[in-house]
Design a protein around this ligand. Structure first.
Ligand SMILES: Nc1ncnc2c1ncn2[C@@H]1O[C@H](COP(=O)(O)OP(=O)(O)OP(=O)(O)O)[C@@H](O)[C@H]1O
Ligand SMILES: [Mg+2]
Length: 435
C-alpha cells in the first residue's frame, strides 16, 4: 500500500472559528483511509493571497473557499486551478459569478418550483452614457407601476434582482408605497415579488454536498438570534420536500455549499406549500456567532464532504448540464414526483450513496470526536476569538458564554442522539483546561 497525502486548502477572509475547529477536528480524527491500493492521509493548510504564474501547479486537492463571491484575486486563482490543475472547489466559480437571484428564480420556475409571482422592472435612473439616451428614447416603453402592483397584489417585496444581505429590500403594502419605493431605488434593477403572506414558518436549508441542514429562521431577530433552536417545526414529508428542493437547486447550479430560504404558506388553497424566496446564497454564513447550536453540525458536514471529495479525488463537474432536469419537468408529473425526479439527479451527481458509504466506513468516529472537542477549553477559546472580533469589549464575556452555552446544549442533545453515556457538560474540566 502506498501512503498518499491529500492537501486541503482553506481560502479564508474574516473567518476565525470554523477553520480553527475544522483543522483541529481533522487532526484529532487521525485518519489513514485505505482506498484501493493506497492509504490516504490529509494535510490542511490556509491558502495565502499572492501573485501567481498561470501555469504554476496548485498543491491543493480541495479548496474550501470563502472569497470567490467577493474577492476577485482568489476567485481567478481558483478558476485557473480548476482548469489547469484539476482543483476541486465546492461552488463552481463560473456559476457563482454568473448566476444571481434572478436566474435562480427563472430556472426554478421552469422546474415548476412554487417561487412567488415576480416581475422585473427597469431602473428608475440610469448612469449617464453615450448610448443610454437613444436606447431609452427609442425603445423604453412607458409603464404604469401601479398596474403591475395591482396585478401582483399586495403586500409585495421590492428587492434587487441580484440582491443579498437585505440591501434595498422593501416590503410594500400599497400603490402609494410602491411608487415611493421606486422613486428611491436609483439605478438598481429591481424585482417586485408577491409576498408569501401569511406564512407561519421561515426556514433556511444549508446544503453541503448531499447533506442538508434545515433550520427555522427569524429574519427579524437580532443577528445572533436568527437561527433558531427548534426541533419539531416541520414533519417528515415537509423535511423531505425541503431537502429535495435544496439538493435540486444546488445540483442545478453546481453549488455544494449554499443556503436556500423557504416560507410556508399558512392560508388559502395552497396553505402548507413551501415557497422558496431566496436561494442564490452560495458560500453562506458560517460563523459561530450566527449558527451557535447548529455550528458543530455544520463543521461536521463540511469535514465529511471535503474529506470525501479529497480522498476519492472526486472530479469537479465543469458543466452544469440542465437538460436532464428539463426532461423531468416535461413529464408533467404531479409536483412532488417531479421534485423527487430532480432530487434523484442531484443525489446521483453528488454521489450521495458512495458518500454515505464513505462516512459509514471511514468517519464513524467523527460524531464522538466532535462531541469531545466542543466540550473542551480549546473550542471555547476559538468561540471567544470570534466573539472578540465582532462584539464590543464589554459584551465579549457575555456573548462567549451565550454561544458556548448553546453549543453545550447541542452536546446534550447530541449525546442523547448518539446514546453517549459520559457526563454531558464537564464544566470543571473546561475550566481547568483554560486555567
Ligand atoms: N416573497 C416574499 N414573501 C415574504 N417575505 C419576503 C419575500 N421576499 C423577501 N421577503 C423578506 O425579505 C427578506 C429579504 O429578502 P431576500 O432574502 O430575498 O433578500 P436578501 O437581500 O437576499 O437577504 P438576505 O441576504 O438577508 O437573505 C427575507 O428574509 C424575508 O423576510
Ligand atoms: Mg434572504
Amino acid at each position: 500500500m502506498t501512503e498518499r497525502t491529500r492537501t486541503i486548502g482553506l481560502s479564508l477572509g474574516a473567518d476565525l472559528c470554523w477553520p480553527a475547529c475544522y483543522e483541529e477536528i481533522v487532526r484529532r480524527l487521525q485518519l489513514a483511509i485505505p482506498l484501493r491500493d493506497d492509504v490516504i492521509k490529509f494535510h490542511v493548510e490556509r491558502v495565502t493571497v499572492e501573485p501567481f504564474d498561470l501555469r504554476q501547479p496548485c498543491r491543493y486537492d480541495v479548496v474550501l473557499d470563502r472569497l470567490t463571491h467577493w474577492f476577485h484575486t482568489s476567485r481567478e486563482w481558483i478558476k485557473k486551478s480548476v482548469i489547469l490543475d484539476g482543483l476541486y472547489v465546492l461552488n463552481n466559480p463560473w456559476s457563482l459569478q454568473a448566476m444571481e437571484k434572478h436566474t435562480s428564480y427563472c430556472a426554478m420556475m421552469r422546474l415548476g418550483v412554487p417561487v412567488p409571482e415576480t416581475w422585473l422592472i427597469p431602473p428608475k435612473e440610469h448612469a449617464p452614457s453615450a448610448d443610454i439616451k437613444p436606447t431609452l428614447e427609442r425603445y423604453a416603453r412607458l409603464f404604469d407601476l401601479g398596474e403591475i402592483g395591482e396585478r401582483l397584489g399586495y403586500p409585495l417585496y421590492m428587492k434587487p434582482y441580484d440582491g443579498g444581505a437585505w440591501v434595498g429590500v422593501t416590503r410594500i403594502e400599497s400603490e402609494e408605497a410602491l411608487r415611493a419605493a421606486y422613486e428611491q431605488s436609483g439605478t438598481r434593477v429591481m424585482h417586485l415579488q408577491r409576498a408569501v403572506d401569511p406564512h407561519d414558518l421561515f426556514v433556511r436549508c444549508i446544503g453541503v454536498g448531499p447533506q442538508v441542514h434545515v433550520v427555522r429562521y427569524d429574519p427579524g431577530a437580532a443577528l445572533h438570534d436568527r437561527y433558531k433552536v427548534d426541533f419539531h417545526f416541520c414533519d417528515a414529508d415537509e423535511w423531505s420536500v425541503l431537502q429535495d428542493t435544496t439538493l435540486t437547486i444546488n445540483a442545478f447550479f453546481g453549488w455544494e455549499f449554499n443556503s436556500c430560504e423557504s416560507l410556508r404558506r399558512s392560508a388559502g388553497p395552497r396553505a402548507g406549500e413551501f415557497c422558496p424566496i431566496d436561494f442564490a446564497n452560495a458560500c453562506p454564513d458560517f460563523q459561530v456567532t450566527s449558527l451557535h447550536y447548529h455550528f458543530p453540525e455544520m463543521v461536521k458536514n463540511m469535514i465529511r464532504w471535503s474529506l470525501f471529495c479529497a480522498a476519492t479525488k472526486r472530479a469537479m463537474p465543469l458543466t452544469l448540464d440542465w437538460e436532464p432536469f428539463f426532461a423531468v419537468a416535461r413529464k408533467e408529473l404531479p409536483y412532488r414526483e417531479r421534485l423527487a425526479g430532480y432530487a434523484a439527479i442531484a443525489r446521483e451527481r453528488m454521489q450521495a450513496d458512495r458518500f454515505a458509504e464513505f462516512c459509514h466506513q471511514h468517519l464513524a468516529h467523527l460524531n464522538e470526536v466532535t462531541w469531545e472537542f466542543f466540550g473542551g477549553a480549546q473550542a471555547k477559546g476559538f468561540v471567544r476569538a470570534k466573539v472578540a472580533a465582532l462584539f464590543p469589549e464589554h459584551e465579549i464575556e457575555k456573548f462567549t458564554e451565550h454561544f458556548w452555552g448553546l453549543i453545550q446544549f447541542w452536546r446534550k442533545t447530541e449525546a442523547d442522539r448518539l446514546g453517549l453515556e459520559r457526563p454531558v457538560v464537564d464544566e470543571s474540566r473546561a475550566r481547568a483546561d483554560s486555567e
